[in-house]
Design a protein around this ligand. Sequence first.
Ligand code: NIG
Ligand code: FE
Length: 428
Amino acid sequence: MTAAATRALPVASLVVENASEVLTMARPGLSGPRRRDDLREIGRIADGAVACADGDIVWVGPRSELAGAVTLPPDATRVDAEGGTVTPGFVDSHTHLIFGGSRHDEFERRILGQTYQEITAAGGGIRSSVRHTRAASEEELAEQGRARLDLILRHGTTTVECKSGYGLSTEHEMKQLRALERASRGHAVETVSTFLGAHEFPPEFDDDHDGYVDLLVNEMIPEVAESGLAEFADVFCEKGVYTPQQARRVLVAAAEQGLRPRLHADEFAPSGAAELAVELGALSADHLSAVSEAGVRALADSPTLGTVLPGTTFSCRIPGANARHLIDAGVALVVATDLNPGSCAVDSMGVILGLACIQLGMLPREALVAATINAAYSLDRADRIGSLEPGKQADLLVLGVPDHRCVPYRFGTNHVRTVVKRGRVVVS
Ligand code: NIG
Ligand code: FE
C-alpha cells in the first residue's frame, strides 16, 4: 500500500470538474505579492478539478487524480464546469460602493468635453454625491448597496473593498459605514471597509481646510475607530484636494487608532503621494495614472502594492497608468474597478480586465493575477483568498470560456456561470 492510500482522504462536500483549465494563481515556492515575471504565474492546470469541504479548498489538481485524492460522498455537490475556465473569485480592492444619487449628467458633460476637474470646480463631482448621500437614509443607502453587491456577485466579485467618503461629516460618514455593514450582513460578497472621510472638503469648510483636517483627526477618526466599522483609512491626495502634508496628518492619526493606511495617489498630477504611501507603509497606492519616476522607484520592490484603475482613466478620457513600466520597475500591481458614481460607474471586473489589457497593455494572465492574489495581498487577506490552494477559502468562479484570455478578449460579455463562495454555490 502506498503512503497516500493509508492516509484518510479528505471528504469533499463540493467538487468542480470538467474545466478546460483551472487557474490556481499559485506555484510551489511562490509567495508574497507578485511582481515582474511572477505576475504572469497563473498556475494553470489543464483539465483541472477543485474539491472543497467546510468552506475551504481541500484539493486542486488534474481531474485524472481527483478520485485518488478525495472521498466524494453521494450527497456532495458536483459542479460541471462544462469545459469552462475556473479561477479564484475576483477581489475588487477599490470601490466607493455606498452612495446616493447618480451622476449620468456629468457623464454627458465629459463627452461634451468638460474634464473631471472642471465639473468638480462647477460644484459637481464628489460634492454632488455628498449632497445625495447626506439626503439619503441609512436604510436607503443599505438597500442600494445590497443591490450593487448582488450585481457584482453575478459578475464574479467575491470580496470587495468599499470606501466611505460621501458623507464628509461625522454623522454622515458614520451613516455610510453603517449602511455598508447593513448591506453586507448575510450577503455572499465579503466586504472590507475603508474610512475615506478625506475624500473632499465639505462646503462648510471651504475657507478652512485645515479645520476639517482637525475634525478628521480629533473627532471623526476616533469615532470610526471606536465603532469598529472600518479597517482601513484612505485619503484623496491630489492637487486641489488633500496635500501630502494633510494626507500624512490624517493617515498617521488613523494608524494610531488602528486604521491602516491606503491612498488615492497621483491620479491627475504627481504630488509625491506614491512616495508618501510607501513612507507610511500603506498597503496600496491607488490610481498612479500620473505617478512620477520617483514615485515608481519608491513603489518598486516595496511592500506597498500599486493599484491601477483602468476604468477610471477610460471613463475620464485621460491616459491610463503606464502598467508596463510599473511592472518592469518591480511594482506589485493590482487591478480594480474604482466603482463610484462619478469617475467610473463600472461594476464588472470582467470589463476592467478587458480595459487593463487593451488600455494599459497588461497581458491577460497579468491582469488576472492582479485582480485576484495581488488584490488579496493589498487587502491583507492573501492567507485566505485570491488563489486556489488547499487550506484557503473556497471562493471560485466557473467562467464560460475555454481559455482565460477570452475574458478580456470578449470583455463585453459577463462570462461568469457559477460563483462559489466559502464552498457554497451562490450564483449558478
Ligand atoms: O477614485 N478620485 C477620487 N475618488 C474617486 C472618484 C469619486 C467620485 O468622483 O465620486 C476615484 O476616482
Ligand atoms: Fe477611488
